[in-house]
Design a protein around this ligand. Structure first.
Ligand code: IPM
Ligand code: MN
Length: 357
């Protein structure tokens, strides 16, 4: 077996509840397959601000750099959502750790469990067979460009900025993935309007020449947002910038039935970072209602991507598949046909997955 040290950062809202089950699944896989996983925990986001005044405490960053992989929960607090003047914000912790760890590629697979076809607001026949892997650039764009506010406070700007090497490195990752998947790559930009997008398209066109076996398509973001719900099956690998990817993957989560089902992997120069794509969901925090499956699926991604443990990862997705096939649901993925007795809370769903494992 292998020996790995995992840093768990539960974060805010439902983060602690869902990561509990991601961690429990990791422990069980370790026991069953003879791997030694050791754990540490650290604060980030609102939890970090409360304890230290810093959304990314120094200790958390040091622990993150020293770990082999990070399991993260969620970030954010309602307190800040309606207070645009707050200078210190929970989200800064997440953005800073992405930058500090060089996590420039965010992989967001849209995995579809057949049993959940009816949980989506889209028609099952449109969804069936969809399998998309998003590559969202994660350390550039308006997220990290210079932010300005005029002295009279009446004008504001965020710089959308990309450099060639930033587009190249994520394009290469996306093409490598496309090569071993459906061999189709769709690069999404707004090159008809934005200069940063024209650089993006130029670079992707160049990289494309090194991958003649992969069919490349370029699409404008507005069109892509429409195509995604019109005919999601047409997509295989989608490559896009930070802000477009943020928006497009929330939209795509509805293909999988719920945000509560989608996991993501952020990778780059060093330690991998694994988290659900959902947020802190303060409206249901602490009520044992959150869906732990995205956190558990994030662990599956960690095993596969950071540790190369494919069999272990498959064991997890199979266990989830079985639980869903037997009719078990959390509230977010239940529908009118769900057996009421099989609608589970966070704890019961987590335990169910452990049982099926
Ligand atoms: C995400 C989140 C973050 C983002 C927020 C919390 C900063 O929405 O991971 O998608 O915008 O990247
Ligand atoms: Mn988002």
């Amino acid at each position: 077996g292998i020996k790995k040290h995992i840093l768990v950062i539960p974060g805010d809202g439902i983060g602690p509840e869902v990561t509990t089950w991601g961690k429990a699944v990791l422990e069980k896989i370790g026991q069953d397959f003879g791997h030694e996983f050791t754990f540490d925990e650290a604060l980030m986001g609102h939890a970090g601000i409360e304890a230290t005044g810093n959304p990314l405490p120094d200790e958390t960053l040091a622990k993150a750099k020293a770990s082999d992989a990070i399991l993260f929960g969620a970030i954010g607090h309602i307190k800040y959502d309606n207070d645009p003047s707050a200078k210190v914000r929970p989200e800064q912790g997440l953005l800073k750790i992405r930058k500090e760890l060089g996590l420039y590629a965010n992989l967001r697979p849209i995995m579809l469990f057949d049993e959940l076809l009816d949980a989506s607001s889209l028609k099952p026949e449109i969804l069936k067979g969809t399998d998309i892997l998003f590559f969202r650039e994660l350390t550039g764009d308006v997220y990290f460009g210079e932010k300005k506010r005029s002295e009279d406070r009446n004008t504001a700007s965020d710089l959308m900025i990309y450099s060639r090497y930033e587009v190249e490195r994520i394009a290469i990752k996306a093409y490598e993935a496309a090569r071993v998947r459906g061999k189709r790559l769709c690069s999404v930009d707004k090159a008809n309007v934005l200069e940063a997008s024209r650089l993006w398209r130029e670079v992707v066109q160049e990289i494309a020449k090194q991958y003649p076996d992969v069919e490349t398509e370029h699409m404008f973001i507005d069109n892509a947002a429409m195509q995604l719900v019109k005919n999601p099956k047409k997509f295989d690998v989608v490559l896009t910038a930070n802000l477009f990817g943020d928006i497009l993957t929330d939209e795509a989560s509805q293909i999988a039935g719920s945000m509560g089902m989608l996991a993501s992997a952020s990778v780059g120069d060093g330690t991998g970072f694994f988290e659900p794509i959902h947020g802190s969901a303060h409206d249901i925090a602490g009520q044992d209602k959150a869906n732990p499956l995205a956190s558990i699926l994030s662990v599956a991604l960690m095993l596969e991507i950071s540790f190369g443990l494919k069999e272990e990862a498959k064991k997890i997705t199979d266990a989830i598949d079985k639980a869903l096939k037997d009719g078990y649901r959390t509230g977010d993925i239940a529908d009118a046909n769900t057996d009421k007795a099989k609608i589970l809370g966070t704890t019961a769903m987590g335990q169910k997955v452990l049982e099926y494992l």
